[in-house]
Design a protein around this ligand. Structure first.
Ligand SMILES: C[S@@+](CC[C@H](N)C(=O)[O-])C[C@H]1O[C@@H](n2cnc3c(N)ncnc32)[C@H](O)[C@@H]1O
Length: 118
């Protein structure tokens, strides 16, 4: 799938639907997120990059796990979900991650480090 297609999908219906149904989706995915969190070698002070951080649910769980000395950087392409994540206390960045050519940056995308706190 091209970068443009991914951008269109997640800034269109998929992003809006995810934002509208975030609470239900978080509930549905809660068990998987908890299992994944258990598998990660996280320690207080760790630095974590989450690509596809969406509405920030997992990023916020990561931020709690790494504590005040840690850092979590969330990257995403979806404005509706980035907006929601910001409202929830995160400051995620727009992603410049390519889906098809990892070394190329998505045109017009910006990337900057940011902190997400629990
Ligand atoms: C299943 S949702 C993620 C949910 C999120 N982890 C959470 O805890 O709420 C998938 C996310 O991946 C993002 N995404 C898809 N392709 C991407 C790419 N190439 N770079 C960055 N984000 C991408 C979408 O915009 C969407 O927010």
């Amino acid at each position: 799938m091209s970068n443009a297609a991914v951008h269109e999908i997640w800034n269109g219906e998929a992003g809006r639907d995810w934002a509208e149904n975030r609470a239900d989706l978080d509930h549905f995915l809660g068990g998987s997120m908890a299992a994944l969190l258990d598998l990660l070698p996280l320690a207080p002070g760790a630095r974590v990059l989450e690509i596809g951080s969406g509405a920030g649910t997992f990023s916020l769980a990561l931020a709690r796990a790494v504590g005040p000395e840690g850092r979590v950087l969330g990257l995403d392409v979806s404005e509706p979900l980035l907006t929601l994540a910001r409202r929830r206390g995160g400051r995620p960045s727009r992603s410049a991650v390519s889906t098809s050519r990892p070394r190329r940056w998505m045109p017009g995308a910006s990337m900057s480090a940011s902190r997400i706190s629990a």
